[in-house]
Design a protein around this ligand. Structure first.
Ligand code: 15L
Length: 277
């Protein structure tokens, strides 16, 4: 993919695991990058990229960083389950600041959403992009909220957005659940590139998973951006299929360990969210 975005691309969360992968690969492809994170950037800066330390809860800082940008790749914020007070600033206020900046710049938002927005669906279910939100913690709620902000800013202000409902994006499959939700780094990079370069996207949800035979997810908006995963978790099946936690709550639901955190029900959560009328 040789095309390069005409306007600068702001990458939040640049010092995080996925941010570092994107900074390196998009930088190597010659993309005009503006990197930001609350933590220092730990790697050599890619040629043509600048880094600014900023807090997502600081709206003015985000507005300044986004000036003249055509795309905001929003990978910043709390990236695991945390108490609500810790999620509030970076993920709730922060998302609002990102969308206000996108609105001002007429920029597109590519948002790192998460499987934890739908984590309380059972693993036996095959979900499409329009399934109900079933967040499995405050972090998952913040991701569902981020997707909904995208809908609001599209409907009300015409701000385009692509919401990547990422599964488990890491170098290797490390347990049985990840056989279903794995997204390789290379598939992530291609996905972000296509989401940025596609001529028109409106508002989309795309499952961020490689081509995994055991996957939980079906239809989504990938055809609009022309993306299809090229990697697969399947070669890891022999080594990882028996690698389960032994926790019944964790193993029942798609969100896995996040569902089991602070779980106080005595009966399993029902398969259907709303009882039949
Ligand atoms: C996520 O959303 C997290 O950011 C990541 O750290 C993993 O926990 C992943 O989900 C997962 O579900 O494995």
């Amino acid at each position: 993919m040789d095309e390069i975005p005409a306007r600068p691309v702001l990458l939040t969360g640049a010092s995080g695991a996925l941010g570092r992968v994107l900074a390196k690969e998009l930088g190597a492809a010659g993309w005009p990058l503006r990197l930001t994170d609350i933590r220092p950037f730990p790697d050599p800066l890619p040629a043509g990229a600048g880094f600014t330390r900023a807090d997502l809860a600081d709206g003015m800082a985000i507005l300044r960083l986004a000036e003249n940008c055509g795309t905001i790749l929003h990978f910043g914020g709390v990236s695991v389950e945390r108490p609500f007070a810790e999620v509030l600033g970076p993920n709730i206020q922060g998302l609002y600041h990102v969308y206000e900046a996108a609105r001002r710049e007429r920029a597109r938002v590519v948002f790192a959403s998460s499987n934890h927005a739908i984590g309380f669906h059972e693993r036996s279910e095959r979900l499409d992009h329009d399934c109900q939100f079933r967040p499995d913690g405050y972090y998952g709620v913040s991701k569902a909220y981020g997707e909904l902000l995208g809908r609001l800013y599209w409907d009300k202000h015409g701000v385009e957005n692509v919401n990547l409902r990422i599964g488990g994006c890491r170098p290797k499959v490390n347990n049985a659940r990840t056989l279903a939700i794995w997204l390789s780094y290379a598939d992530l990079v291609r996905l972000v590139m296509q989401a940025t370069l596609a001529p028109a996207v409106g508002t989309l949800v795309i499952w961020g998973a490689s081509n995994n035979a055991r996957g939980f997810w079906g239809r989504d908006g990938r055809a609009v951006i022309g993306w299809a995963p090229e990697d697969s978790a399947d070669p890891f099946i022999p080594g990882q299929q028996g690698n389960v936690s032994g926790n019944p709550v964790e193993e029942r639901y798609q969100g896995g360990p996040y569902c089991a955190i602070d779980y106080t029900r005595t009966e399993p959560s029902p398969k259907t969210l709303f009882p039949a009328a």
